[in-house]
Design a protein around this ligand. Structure first.
Ligand code: SAM
Length: 219
């Protein structure tokens, strides 16, 4: 799968991509993450990509032309989707991450400042928000989505079963609590059932805990 990030800060995510599971996935040719610097596609002699908003108001707005030029320079796979990161977009969910993992290529447009000229809408397929709050730019939002989507690409996770057990995967319920060594930490003990070796009881205990932690609207 191919991911493209359209940004004015193409190196913002470098150190993260050099250290994480996504690095291994790229080395194994399971995915590629490519960044594109909008400033390379502006006709402005000072490499400006923004301007003041028509109608007045604070801040600067990304101009549509350099972003469309960048979009048009990116090679396209047959099954691609262009996503605009935006607090006004559709909320990103685990279900959406599964659906997006079926594409060959996802292109993320990542504005900053006050956002982007509304005329970009003609060139995007989906507007997505990662939550009801405002970030400084779309790069971190794109990275959050790329990471969640990549987990569904076969081979990216060590064990595919990690995905099946995970929060939101089974009927939207959250995962059960996990424990590991030592058995006792400062008088706090691992629940006995997990040490019993009785798989049926362990399954039932985990199921009960999962349902208890999941907010009622999600079950
Ligand atoms: N003026 C915009 C508003 O009030 O809706 C906020 C712009 S924000 C400072 C700059 C950029 O960060 C946005 O254009 C978007 O790309 C990104 N961004 C901010 N919050 C986001 C969120 N919750 N989800 C996805 N992208 C977000």
């Amino acid at each position: 799968m191919r991911f493209d990030i359209i940004t004015i800060f193409p190196h913002l995510l470098d150190s993260y991509l050099a250290e994480s599971l996504l690095k291994r996935a790229q080395n194994n040719n399971l995915l590629s993450i490519n960044t594109h610097d909008i400033r390379e596609y502006t006709n402005d002699p000072h490499k400006k990509v923004d301007s003041t908003p028509y109608g007045g108001g604070p801040g600067m707005v990304y101009q549509v032309e350099p972003v469309v030029n960048t979009l048009e320079a990116i090679p396209r796979s047959p099954k691609n989707l262009v996503i605009l990161t935006s607090p006004r977009g559709k909320p990103f969910t685990q279900k959406m991450s599964q659906q997006l993992a079926k594409y060959d290529q996802l292109i993320f447009v990542c504005p900053r400042y006050e956002g982007i000229d509304e005329r970009i809408k003609k060139y995007i397929d989906k507007e997505v928000s990662i939550g009801p709050y405002v970030l400084n730019g779309g790069e971190i939002a794109a990275m959050v989505m790329i990471e969640a989507i990549s987990r569904h690409i076969p081979g990216v996770l060590g064990k595919a079963s990690s995905l099946e057990e995970e929060s939101f995967s089974k009927e939207g319920i959250l995962e059960y609590p996990q424990y590991t060594r030592p058995e006792v930490f400062r008088k706090s003990r691992v629940p006995k059932v997990l040490l019993s070796g009785n798989h049926k009881n362990i399954r039932e205990w985990r199921d009960k805990k999962s349902r208890k932690t999941t907010p009622s609207g999600q079950k």
